[in-house]
Structure formats: C-alpha cells, structure tokens
Unconditional design. Structure first.
Length: 223
C-alpha cells in the first residue's frame, strides 16, 4: 500500500487543469444595465501530458475565449473561485492572474489567428522572438541573439519546411508560410503547452512537433 501511495505522489500534474471557470461579458452596448452574456461556464476540464485535445463548437461558443484564459491573456469573473493551472503552475485564480505569470506564460505557446509576426523583420528574427523569456533585454533590443539560439531557430524553420525563407521579410510571406513561421516560433519558445485553432495549427503541426527537443507535451486545438 505504501508503494502505491508513493507511486501516486510521483504522478506529474495535468498539463492543463481548469476548475469552476466562469466568464461573462456585457450584452450589446448596455454596459450599465446589468445585462450580461455568459461566455464560459466550465465546472472542470483536465488535459494530461501527451494529449492532443480538440475543442469543438459553433462560432461564438467561447472556444477562443477559453484558450485566451488558459494563456493568461484575460481573466475570469471574480468571486467565482475559478482556477487555471498549467503543469501545476497557477495561471489565474478567482479572476486574478497569479504572481510569476510571465514565467508561466513562457511555457504556453499560442498560434493566434493573425500569427502576430513583425512584418518588417526577417523570418528568422521573428522565430527568434520565441526565445525572449530566457534572454536578457539588451540582446532582444539589439538583435544580438546568441549563436545557439540562432541555430535552434534555423532548425525550427527547417522542421516546418521554410528554411530557405529565413532572411525574407515576414510581410512577404503567404498565409501558409506565416502559419509555419508562427509554429516554428513556438518550437523555439520551448512551450510546454501549445494552443491554437485547427486552421492555424494546420494538419501537419503534430508531425512537426513530434521528436522536437523540448517539444510541447500537450496541444489544445479548437475547430
């Protein structure tokens, strides 16, 4: 029995754990009327390390809102006791982001609908921006990225099939190429969890991620 308890204690925490999450928005323009629309009402959701989970729902059903909550970009309603944790690190609780949220966000990769590439910068530099959380500010401001980070970014571009575009301005890329650059950026980020839509992650994202060092342990995609 003691051995069984020891084994349970060693189990890793869920990749994503959500409890009692509630989010409402003002309905229409009646901001002072007290009328609100429920966007999220989740009693519990758990994603284990290694899982790839698809969130399926109609447009406007709150899928993107949920992913933004997991990434700590927006907070839930206060007073409801809601809580989100990623790999055991609290992202937010009771409508407030946790202390150390910047460190936690560094482990959460998000492929946004607009991909958020800096158009005037080369593709390689955009991918290197995934390393911001572990580099001193002066390096990012001057573009003096270490050789090992540059090599990692180049490998990520090779992984997603656009290595030849490394020095091309991001503004000249097609939509599909921008998608690949955004995914390469999350690989360089060393994100432990990857969030995005099926459209934005693409059909081949899983094969690009598989086998990558420090790859995301879990992926949540919406459709």
């Amino acid at each position: 029995m003691a051995a069984q308890h020891e084994q349970v204690r060693r189990l890793p925490p869920p990749a994503v754990e959500i409890a009692e999450l509630r989010k409402t928005f003002a309905k229409g323009h009646a901001l002072g009327s007290g009328r609100r629309r429920s966007a999220l009402d989740i009693d519990g959701l758990m994603i284990q390390p290694g899982e790839m989970v698809a969130l399926i729902g109609a447009s406007g059903s709150g899928k993107s809102t949920l992913l933004r909550h997991v990434a700590g970009l927006i907070t839930a309603d206060r007073g409801g006791g809601g809580r989100i944790a990623v790999h055991g690190a609290v992202v937010q609780a009771n409508g407030r982001t946790a202390r150390g949220i910047r460190r936690t966000r560094a482990g959460i990769g998000v492929v946004f609908q607009q991909f958020n590439l800096v158009g005037r910068l080369p593709v390689l530099t955009n991918v290197l921006l995934g390393a911001l959380s572990r580099l001193p500010l002066w390096r990012t401001l001057t573009g003096a990225f270490p050789p090992d980070e540059r090599a990692r970014a180049q490998r990520a571009l090779t992984r997603v099939g656009i290595a030849e575009l490394a020095q091309q301005r991001a503004s000249t890329l097609s939509g599909g190429q921008q998608q690949r650059a955004a995914i390469a950026r999350t690989l360089v980020q060393r994100a432990r969890v990857l969030l995005g839509s099926v459209k934005n992650l693409g059909l081949y994202a899983a094969s690009w991620i598989a086998g990558w060092p420090n790859r995301p342990s879990s992926t949540a995609a919406l459709t």
